[in-house]
Design a protein around this ligand. Structure first.
Ligand code: HEM
Length: 393
């Protein structure tokens, strides 16, 4: 019996970090029966896996395949991956994002702040960060009519399918409900875009890189649209919430930040994303019997590369569990690695920056109302709520 045999999904959901720390020390690359896959927990092993030709992201076991369908950008390689990725990249390259992000996100953030002030509730996650995140992505996709309650229902449902490593029927049903709702809206929308391209990311996915006058079938791009909707709508809001939680727990850092917002805000966001990776894992499969830094891995092994653990690897980050916006800038792994590196990194970071700026401008005395927030999750992790003393109107 190994330590990994004793790990439960519930203990991972509550607090995976002590578990990852022990795995890094004792069993850094090992099968974890409760999760139906191997765990790679050290930075150096995850880096090696992502560089190795012996591993592929085209995993048959990834829950996203069952939940969203194939081919999808995350679990395809070769021509399918290139086609799907090119369609997304067109709208989310750094220069392109810089040209539209302020005009897109600031009005959304200001409207959400007004709604937050008017509400009886004081939870920034559900009333501020998640709505900004969902609306920004949806509006950038050209989905101008879908309201925030629907979008939040979508990403909560989709996330249940994406993390369903244990094949829980209740999670599968939640996801199936969201998928049915998304398809009912998106299929007619995509059919219209196929006839009338409009330069939006969905339109690019249908039309870019293929012969003039031809389009990809909406059914072909739909699994990728679901992947992007989930990551794109959920993660920036969660990253913003974790970053602010770290700052509120360290008031002297928050004060430094306010005094040097332009220089310190981008690195505070990177520190928030390192400290709590919004997406904790990425799945790779061994194509043949292989070795990873002298540890044998058999052909067919599905390996969950745990970026959340790599980001807390003491071999790379001194005092890895502490939140410190002044730590030397060393790249973290929260946006993944290799060919499947996040397509929305620049959009996400710029969006979090605007959401935090709007909040700081409106709330000179930002404080928690009550205890520090609880976090939950291992594949996806974020504060379950983030309650602050409301600013005067
Ligand atoms: C803080 C926010 C975000 C985080 C932490 C994040 C994280 C990640 C990670 C870790 C991966 C790699 C997964 C893997 O290799 O299995 C990924 C891929 C991806 N992300 Fe993000 N993401 C974020 C925001 C976004 C946004 C806003 C978009 C919207 C454009 C987006 C679109 C994608 C896409 C399309 C992929 C698949 C890339 C591929 O397979 O080639 N992400 N993201």
């Amino acid at each position: 019996m190994t330590y990994a045999d004793t790990i439960t999904i519930d203990s991972l959901e509550r607090d995976p970090y002590p578990i990852y720390a022990r795995l890094r020390r004792e069993e850094p690359l090992i099968p974890v029966p409760a999760a139906n896959c191997w765990f790679a927990t050290r930075w150096k092993d995850i880096e090696a896996i992502n560089r190795s030709p012996d591993f592929t992201a085209a995993s048959d076991d990834a829950p996203v395949n069952e939940a969203f369908g194939r081919p999808n950008v995350l679990t395809s390689e070769g021509p399918d991956h290139t086609a799907l990725r090119t369609g997304i990249d067109a709208h989310y390259k750094p220069k392109k994002v810089a040209g539209y992000i302020e005009a897109l996100v600031r009005p959304i953030a200001e409207a959400q702040l007004a709604a937050f002030r008017a509400s009886d509730d004081n939870d920034l996650m559900s009333l501020y960060f998640e709505p900004i995140s969902a609306l920004s992505l949806a509006r950038s996709f050209g989905l101008t009519e879908v309201d925030v309650a629907t979008l939040r229902r979508w990403f909560h449902g989709l996330s249940q399918g994406a993390i369903n490593f244990e094949r829980d029927p209740a999670r599968a049903a939640d996801c199936a409900r969201a998928v049915a709702e998304i398809e009912a809206i998106l299929l007619p929308f995509l059919a219209r875009l196929a006839q009338n391209p409009d330069g939006s990311p969905l339109s690019h996915l249908l039309h870019s890189g293929i012969e003039e006058g031809k389009t990809r079938a909406p059914e072909y791009i739909l699994p990728t649209v679901k992947v992007t909707l989930l990551g794109g709508m959920q993660e920036p809001g969660h990253g913003a919430g974790s970053t602010l939680t770290g700052l509120l727990a360290n008031p002297e850092q928050l004060q430094d930040l306010r005094q040097n917002l332009d220089t310190l805000l981008p690195q505070a966001i990177d520190e928030g994303l390192r400290w709590v990776a919004p997406i904790g894992t990425m799945m790779r499969t061994a194509l043949r019997d292989t070795m990873v830094n002298d540890i044998p891995v058999p052909e067919g092994a599905a390996v969950s590369c745990i970026m959340a653990s790599a980001n807390r690897d003491e071999a790379r980050f001194p005092e890895p569990d502490s939140f410190n916006i002044h730590r030397p800038q060393t790249a973290h792994m929260s946006f993944g690695a290799g060919a499947h590196f996040c397509a929305g990194k620049w959009f996400a970071k710029a969006q979090i920056e605007i959401a935090l700026r709007v909040l700081f401008e409106a709330c000179p005395d930002l404080r928690l109302a009550g205890a520090a927030p609880d976090f939950r999750g291992w594949e996806f992790r974020a504060p379950t709520s983030l309650r602050i003393v409301k600013p005067a109107s």
